[in-house]
Design a protein around this ligand. Structure first.
Ligand SMILES: *Cc1c(COP(=O)(O)O)cnc(C)c1O
Length: 454
């Protein structure tokens, strides 16, 4: 694309491409795709070495909820660095780990009273899967060794997390290495039959889930889902009834419910946690991404007193949960997370987000009758546009046409980072974004869409 910056515009980008292997990237693409060399970030903006700046409309893979370098998090980290950097979390503890666990328990849905730390989202999923399985084993039910996952779900890319992921792009190649989950239909409202509502679609998917549980509950440890929005699967959204109905089914059939709020937690959907919108407490709540405000890697799995109790025994390491990462409960990361929660306490984040979300919604109406837009959907501070070849038939663009890539390149040329998921153009801006920045981001996306579908 002639209007995008040159691929090797900076020395740093050239050095990078000689040595760094990037995630989720066909490295050959960078023979033509620009590699942005970022030297500084402030709020919603990234500043590149070539003097250009970019609006971070996807919050750096959804981690950076308050924008970059929020003063409160920066100050907390500097202070923490002068006290304690890191210690192993076996046989020792520290103030940030304890204070964060206390605070998470206070803010999370009721009944979640125990906090296990890990250091990234995928590891949190591994922890929840292993803990649920081991719980049933400790209860004398070792035959429970299967998991139910939803079609279109994404839970990370380490082998266990990838096993319960149903996004072909990430899974297909590695399938021979993975365990097979039992897949249930997705409540994704985009898939609903014509004439039915998202709520009716949720009810019909719950009926399918009930049938699956009737057949298989005796062998199932847990059902795992991304509440409200299946993010990496294409920002697919569902009615909260699905979550409350699923909680009831899990209770009835005595299987655990694992809520993966790694992407949707921390205010993204309009409430601090997405489960709140269905008034549901899961048995495991997995958190990462926004947990440290996008500063440091950290994850946490919250669980119940009942789960914790099943591992608690005298003289028995076999009953104990044996899972450890060197950086479990890193003090700096815990401190960043504490500051993140303190921002929710001291600033009207959710109220401000409601106003910003309304603005985003209003601006997206411009695409309502677009011939290549089949769906515009939004949950709080996540909005997505489904590009199709034909609006009426919802016939998709072939994946190899990479229409989303053209939107991405147009965004770069206009200084906005949009990273479409296939043909889904989405916005997940940091909460510090202004109304004018929302307008810019949407205008640039619309221009990009016009070029991409032409
Ligand atoms: C990103 C993500 C993960 C994996 O987290 P990583 O830190 O990238 O390993 C898991 N689940 C969901 C819903 C995610 O969005």
């Amino acid at each position: 694309m002639s209007d995008s910056p040159a691929p090797f515009a900076s020395l740093l980008a050239a050095r990078d491409l000689a040595v760094v292997w990037h995630p989720c990237t066909q490295m050959h693409d960078h023979e033509t795709l620009p590699m942005l060399a970022i030297e500084r970030a402030e709020g919603a903006w990234l500043y590149a070495t070539d003097g250009r700046r970019y609006l971070d409309a996807v919050s750096s893979w959804w981690t950076n909820v308050f924008g970059h370098r929020h003063p409160r998090i920066v100050a907390g980290l500097k202070d923490q660095l002068d006290r304690l950097d890191h210690i192993m979390l076996a046989g020792m503890t520290h103030e940030p780990a304890v204070a964060l666990a206390e605070k998470l328990v206070r803010r999370a849905p009721t009944g979640l009273t125990r906090v296990f730390y890990a250091d990234n989202g995928s590891s949190a999923i591994e922890v929840a899967l292993k803990m649920s399985f081991h719980y049933w084993r400790n209860q004398g039910r070792p035959e429970r060794n299967r998991f139910i996952a939803l079609r279109g779900g994404y839970h990370g890319e380490t082998l266990g997390a990838l096993s319960v992921t149903d996004v072909p792009l990430y899974r297909v190649t590695y399938a021979p290495l993975l365990f097979e989950p039992i897949l249930a239909p997705s409540p994704d409202a985009y898939l609903r039959a014509t004439g039915s509502t998202p709520q009716q679609h949720a009810a019909s998917c719950l009926a399918d889930m009930r049938r699956l549980l009737e057949e298989s509950a005796a062998r199932v440890c847990a059902v795992v889902l991304e509440p409200l929005v299946q993010c990496a699967g294409g920002m697919r959204m569902h009615h909260p009834d699905y979550i409350s109905g699923l909680r009831r089914l899990c209770d009835k059939f005595e299987v655990h419910l694992i809520a993966d709020e790694i992407a949707v937690g921390f205010g993204r959907t309009g409430t601090l946690f997405a489960c709140e919108q269905a008034a549901v407490s899961p048995d495991f709540l997995c958190l990462s991404k926004g947990l440290t405000g996008g500063t440091l890697p950290l994850s946490a799995v919250l669980t119940t007193e009942a789960v914790h109790a099943a591992f608690y025994a005298e003289y028995s390491t076999g009953r104990a949960f044996l899972h450890s990462h060197s950086y479990t409960g890193n003090a700096l990361a815990c401190r960043a997370a504490l500051e993140t929660l303190a921002i929710f306490d001291s600033e009207p984040v959710l109220e401000r987000n409601r106003v910003l979300a309304d603005r985003l919604c209003a601006r997206l109406r411009a695409l309502e009758r677009h011939p290549h837009v089949a769906d515009i959907r939004q949950t709080g501070m996540i909005a997505a546009i489904e590009l199709v070849r034909d609006r009426e038939s919802r016939d998709p663009f072939p994946a190899d046409e990479r229409r989303g890539l053209r939107v991405y390149l147009h965004g770069l040329s206009r200084g906005v980072i949009l990273r479409p998921l296939g043909n889904v153009v989405y916005f997940m801006p940091p909460y510090c974004v202004t109304a004018e920045e929302i307008d810019l981001m949407v205008d640039v996306a619309i221009e990009g869409i016009e070029r991409a579908v032409a």
